[in-house]
Design a protein around this ligand. Structure first.
Ligand code: NAD
Ligand code: ZN
Length: 252
């Protein structure tokens, strides 16, 4: 196993922490085989996800956008959580309050068994009505024959937040309140470029949290973080749990 050094400062902060948040992004699921948007192999056909994951694209060509989501659904339906997801399930036991705030729409934290997951960007396995927002669970959509909402006749779309759309305001407020009152904040597998999710990390450190970034590549957040560790989430998080076990055995 790769050696990962845990700094004295991080260990001290983890010892005293009662409240820990982990913000996750697409890199969290990379080791499960879910492509990231900005990674090397993040493309579907020749489209840039930003060109498809927005409301104008959907209104222009709902069939194409649904075809892309059906492809993503099929892919996500076949994959399993990785060791990083499972490590975050184990990590819950070491802190009185532990929350995952995820930008992912792939349901893998829930599938792994994490009990406190806030979905910032919805869930690709759910559908909703374009007009009245009624939620329809898990139904496969035939992209050649997109169904209409039985209540209002609106078009059915994936229940995810598209580029240019507002996040569900109650979810965002909960996330911001958490970020403002946390002891240690991990930012894992996100390029820290999609707002308002990216701001949560700045908000956490600005309010006194110890900020740790886990990402094989540097990001715009790297210099601001207390520590930026360039390693995969699937490698780092299982090692973190071993470390927590050592630390907390004597302090809990
Ligand atoms: P992003 O695609 O912008 O960035 C992914 C980051 O993960 C990159 O910085 C990359 O260096 C890093 N990374 C790659 N492999 C990693 C690993 N093994 N461990 C840790 N990090 C790794 O993703 P984002 O910041 O989450 O923003 C993209 C938006 O797209 C989000 O809003 C999200 O909802 C959506 N999205 C979701 C999924 C998913 O649900 N799995 C996949 C793609 C995109
Ligand atoms: Zn409707």
């Amino acid at each position: 196993m790769e050696t990962i050094e845990f700094s004295e400062r991080l260990i001290e902060r983890l010892k005293g922490a009662t409240n820990v948040v982990v913000l996750t992004g697409a890199g969290m699921s990379a080791a499960s085989g879910v492509p990231t948007f900005r990674g090397k192999d993040g493309l579907w056909n020749k489209f840039n996800p930003q060109e498809l994951a927005n409301v104008d694209a959907f209104l222009n060509d709902p069939k194409l956008v649904w075809e892309w989501y059906n492809w993503r659904r099929e892919l996500i339906g076949k994959v399993q959580p990785n060791l990083g997801h499972y490590a975050l399930v184990d990590a819950e036991a070491y802190f009185p309050e532990f929350m995952i705030i995820t930008q992912n729409v792939d349901n893998l934290h829930q599938l792994a068994g994490s009990s406190n997951v806030l979905e910032l960007h919805g869930n690709v396995m759910r559908n909703k009505c374009m007009d009245c927002a009624a939620v329809y669970n898990g139904k496969h959509i035939d992209h050649n024959n997109i169904p209409r909402c039985p209540d209002c006749n609106g078009m059915i779309r994936p229940d995810v937040v598209w580029f240019g759309e507002l996040l569900p305001q109650d979810v965002l407020q909960t996330a911001q309140a958490k970020a403002a009152a946390v002891d240690v904040f991990f930012t894992v597998g996100t390029s820290s470029t999609v707002e308002p999710a990216a701001s949560l990390s700045y908000m956490a450190k600005g309010n006194g949290a110890y900020l740790v970034e886990i990402n094989p590549e540097p990001t715009p957040l790297s210099d601001y973080a207390d520590e930026s560790i360039h390693i995969g989430a699937d490698v780092y998080l299982p090692r973190l749990v071993i470390e927590l076990d050592k630390i907390k055995r004597w302090t809990m």
